[in-house]
Design a protein around this ligand. Structure first.
Ligand code: VG1
Ligand code: CO
Length: 542
């Protein structure tokens, strides 16, 4: 074991989902090593314990894994479980941690951010429940990284990541596993694979899945094609590439445009979906219809009893604060609790562990359940396929029926990316000052009911997370939420979330941008993003 002297970096503060920086930053001397050592220094009693390792296959994944193996062995872990090729989707990593009772895991991914030598890399630590490290951990990692003076490593030959099997190095057992098998088996235990096979072989369900040249390619091939019998042409961009083919592996209508074009054409199959870089996000579409992630969560909750694993009902549901309140209406009808958490999956972990919720989701194309402790892209795809098969309805019929029963929470998000940090911070300061003046004011049909900054108290461990987004709610149930992204790597990204409730079914088929135009105008009046940046509009609208 070698002890290498190092200098601390001052920018290793994990964001919404781990530490994300440009690849070039991670390649600075000691940068990755410092952060990994800071994590290990912050953890208690790792001696002899099991660590799971894998990533989304982006540029620098393989090199990073070799470096981490050396540091992990030098720090006394007893066993390493690594996905073949250094690959593990985020949901698969979560499952493998749980299945093996591992101490934790390191997942290498910058999720939906682009990859390549000039693009992004990331690393996140997951705890023994398989979920992202809560803030009390990530705060410690950051603190440690600011004073770190050395890291431990080992001189050793690279591990052959492509050969499945076990070997021992320095008394540490290193096992390279198939990254897909355990996950595929878990999916089979949740959904009605027999029904799905029949629906696909009979041609009742035709599908198109866009893996966006990211991690879900091999998972989709095994599950959708090999196990469920979908044709190989059902998968596009299914070969993982280090640079995701030069695109953002972000499953929304803007970035998954190849899929979107087909789904909104006469060639559309009955179902279309996409996933992101690390496989935890999902986009659901049908012929000529896009299901907003907030609606998707609500629809899943309303129909969960049709899925074998959830047949006995849900204990409760949760959504992140900016996610639309569609699921709240379902929870009220089912008479189950609905929790509102800050953005980021780490806030669902305690609720899931305590059995308080079964399903949860975020507006950012993330949905999941108590089967693991991360959001899960292919799980959501299988959930929808199972619903279509069980209800014998098209995606559009399922969505429209849901709106008729519960009303429609018309929803969209406007992102302004790579805004100069100074401008973004001033904007937030300005909004904070504005909040106390808004209560009681009316803007046309919109009377402000509350204007505050979201603060969350975890009902399990009573930890408090402050400053989790600015929200302005109106008497008619509409909302505007503002927050700065915690996953970007260039400047600041402002997210504006708009929501309006429409009970009248004759108005359900409106275009969301049209229905939300007045709220978008108010959002600009409050935050002045266009005025402050001189931009004409949002970079991404989802
Ligand atoms: C974004 C999303 C958030 C999600 C996070 C990680 O965070 O808004 O809902 O949990 O990404 O998703 P932010 O701070 O940029 O808004 V993933 O798939 O990128 O790990
Ligand atoms: Co992701």
């Amino acid at each position: 074991v070698k002890i290498i002297t190092t200098q601390p970096y001052d920018d290793q503060n994990p964001g919404t989902s781990g530490l994300r920086k440009k690849v070039k930053t991670f390649q600075k001397p000691g940068y990755l090593e410092n952060f990994v050592q800071s994590i290990f220094d912050s953890l208690e009693d790792i001696n002899g314990k099991t660590l799971v390792l894998g990533g989304d296959g982006r540029y620098f994944n393989r090199q990073a894994i070799q470096i981490i193996i050396q540091i992990a062995i030098a720090n006394g872990f007893g066993e390493l479980i690594i996905g073949q090729g250094g690959l593990l989707s985020t949901p698969a990593a979560s499952h493998i941690i749980r299945k093996n009772n591992a101490y934790g895991g390191l997942v290498l991914s910058a999720s939906h951010n682009p990859g390549g030598p000039d693009e992004d890399f990331g690393i996140k630590y997951n705890v023994s429940n398989g979920g992202p490290a809560p803030e009390k951990y990530t705060d410690e990692f950051y603190k440690r990284s600011q004073s770190i003076a050395s890291y431990k490593t080992l001189d050793m030959a690279d591990i052959d990541l492509d050969r499945i099997g076990s070997q021992t190095v320095n008394n540490v057992s290193i096992t390279v596993i198939d990254p897909v098998s355990d996950y595929a088996e878990l999916m089979e235990s949740i959904f009605d694979f027999g029904l799905l096979k029949n629906s696909i072989s009979s041609g009742y369900i035709t599908l198109l899945f866009d893996a966006m040249h990211a991690i879900t390619g091999p998972y989709a091939k095994r599950i959708l094609v090999d196990m469920l019998g979908a044709s190989p042409e059902s998968l596009i961009n299914a070969v993982p590439l280090e640079d995701f083919g030069g695109h953002h592996p972000d499953p929304n209508l803007a970035h998954a445009h190849e899929l979107a074009e087909v789904m909104f054409s006469s060639l559309a199959p009955t179902f279309g979906a996409a996933s992101d870089g690390d496989g935890d996000r999902n986009m659901i579409t049908g012929n000529n219809i896009f299901v907003t992630p907030s609606d998707s969560l609500a629809i899943m909750a309303a129909n969960a009893q049709l899925i074998p694993a959830y047949a006995k009902g849900l204990s409760g549901v949760a959504r992140s604060m900016p996610t639309s309140q569609a699921v709240d209406r379902v929870a009220a009808r089912l008479n189950i609790p609905c929790y509102e958490t800050p953005t980021g999956w780490k806030f669902f972990g305690n609720l899931l562990d305590a059995g308080k919720i079964t399903l949860c989701g975020e507006e950012s194309f993330g949905t999941g359940s108590d089967h693991i402790r991360e959001k899960d892209g292919l799980w959501a795809v299988l959930f929808w396929l199972n619903l279509i098969a069980a209800k014998h309805q098209s995606v559009a019929d399922i969505v429209h029926e849901h709106w008729r029963i519960f009303g429609r929470n018309i929803y969209c998000r406007h992102d302004y990316e790579a805004v100069e940090s100074g401008i973004a911070n001033e904007l937030i300061t300005h909004l904070r000052k504005l909040l106390p003046t808004l209560a009681g004011q009316s803007f046309g049909d919109y009377a402000v009911k509350y204007a505050d900054e979201f603060s969350y108290e975890d009902s399990v461990d009573n930890s408090i997370s402050k400053n989790q987004g600015i929200r302005i709610g109106f008497e008619n149930g509409s909302r505007i939420v503002f927050r700065l992204s915690g996953t970007g790597t260039v400047g600041a990204t402002l997210r504006i979330y708009l929501e309006k409730f429409e009970p009248d079914s004759s108005l359900h088929n409106q275009d969301a941008q049209v229905a939300l135009a007045k709220l978008a105008e108010l959002a600009e009046q409050f935050c002045e993003i266009k005025k402050r940046t001189g931009r004409a509009g949002a970079d991404v609208v989802t």
